[in-house]
Design a protein around this ligand. Structure first.
Ligand SMILES: Cc1cc2nc3c(=O)[nH]c(=O)nc-3n(C[C@H](O)[C@H](O)[C@H](O)COP(=O)(O)OP(=O)(O)OC[C@H]3O[C@@H](n4cnc5c(N)ncnc54)[C@H](O)[C@@H]3O)c2cc1C
Length: 371
């Protein structure tokens, strides 16, 4: 059974696939997105939603320029998606305290400040314990101090991915809820995708399968170094006041979200493709949460979620043409920052498919041949 013919078939209805589809549809391409489950049913729908271009992996080098571009684009995109779909993705500027709970952490935070201070548009300063507790009275009295970031953003990931898919559909993009099982090729060209039951012909194919993209190595004969890195989040209810700021400590974070719940995360687990929640993760997240906000000992667990980040071998995204193939592209591997980086990755997909030079800074660092 042939399901049809598309100019571009995107495999994966996470945020990277949906946004790429939206941009390609806007340029008039006939696009089909293949999604094995439902749109946003994995990491893209269950992430925390922090948009911080000045902390984390790849910063300041090589991805500061790329991250800042991605961050700026979120602001315009949120409006664009709302106009197209009526969905408010919840973009907001939310100040953040990155807590240092000992002297060593304070020293390394102050060292980071040296380059952070030079970033235009972001006001980041060191605050001591008293200033930190004035900004957010519920943070630990044990903290030595904190980096106070005044303009990182946040959004609601599930709404974001639904809005991206809705806007894509309003640009004529078709969603097919079927699993892709392989590629059809002639010489170095990919002519289509096989499905569990059928096939679809394609002018161009984009692999945006998140942590499952590594499985396409066997389809195309090229090693795609992407594996799953599991992360879990707790949604909690507390009788305490809402948190005024987002609070981070090491790799963990907490914030009061627009649903009124306190979201606390996270874990980094090598657990293959297992997406089940665990009590070990619950306990470790609770331990970090109480180190940050010790007064919320009474908080009750409302929901626990688990999902898989697409982790490349160096933790940075891969957006490139697949070696040896004329018309097969990759957009994956964004790890812990895929919601932030999705805007730049989708723009880079658009530019690769249309054959124009990238206007997004730093895309030369996203190539597959770096591995
Ligand atoms: C706990 C947690 C918190 C996070 N918090 C943040 C955050 O605060 N900020 C941030 O920027 N990032 C965050 N991230 C990272 C972010 O969620 C991911 O990097 C991003 O969502 C990856 O998007 P994606 O589209 O590449 O992959 P996915 O969302 O995994 O989408 C891939 C899709 O492809 C589909 N698929 C796979 N194989 C096939 C196939 N054969 N056929 C058809 N469909 C297929 C899957 O079903 C899936 O829906 C977080 C991640 C986790 C786990």
């Amino acid at each position: 059974m042939t399901t049809g013919t598309s100019d571009v078939v995107i495999i994966g209805g996470g945020i990277v696939g949906c946004l790429s589809g939206y941009l390609l549809g806007q340029k008039g391409y006939k696009v089909t997105i293949l999604e094995a489950d439902s749109v946003g049913s994995h990491a893209s729908g269950f992430a925390f939603g922090g948009l911080d271009p000045v902390t984390g992996i790849g910063l300041p080098e090589p991805l500061l320029g790329f991250s800042l571009w991605c961050y700026d684009r979120h602001q315009s995109l949120a409006k664009e998606l709302q106009e197209a779909t009526g969905i408010d993705v919840g973009f907001e500027l939310r100040d953040r305290l990155n807590l240092a709970l000992d002297d060593e952490a304070a020293r390394s935070a102050k060292k980071e400040l040296e380059w952070m201070r030079a970033v235009d548009g972001f006001n980041i300063e060191w605050v001591d314990n008293a200033q930190a507790r004035e900004l957010e009275p519920q943070v630990s009295p044990e903290c030595v101090g904190a980096l106070y970031e005044q303009s990182p953003g946040a959004l609601e990931p599930y709404r974001f991915v639904l809005a991206a898919m809705g806007a894509a559909e309003s640009n004529g993009v078709e969603l097919i809820q079927r699993r892709a099982t392989g590629l059809i090729s002639e010489g170095g060209r990919c002519t289509g995708v096989t499905l569990e039951n059928g096939r679809i012909d394609a002018g161009v194919v984009v692999l945006a399968m998140g942590p499952w993209t590594g499985q396409a190595s066997a389809w195309c004969g090229v090693n795609i170094p992407v594996t799953p890195l599991k992360g879990q989040i707790l949604r909690l209810q507390s009788g305490n006041e809402s948190l005024k700021l987002a609070v981070n400590y090491n790799h963990s974070y907490v914030a009061t979200k627009p649903d009124g719940l306190i979201w606390a995360g996270t874990t980094e687990e090598q657990a293959g493709f297992d997406e089940n929640i665990t009590s070990a993760a619950r306990d470790s997240i609770m331990a970090d949460f109480l180190k940050m906000i010790p007064g919320m000992r009474d908080a009750e667990l409302v929901q626990q979620t688990a999902c898989l980040r697409p982790l490349s071998a160096d933790g940075l995204p891969i957006v490139d043409q697949v070696t040896g193939w004329d018309n097969l592209y990759l957009a994956t591997g964004a790890g812990r920052k895929g919601i932030l980086w999705s805007t730049g990755m989708a723009q880079a997909v658009l530019e690769m498919v249309t054959g124009v030079e990238s206007a997004v800074p730093g895309t030369e660092h996203l190539k597959l041949d770096r591995f």
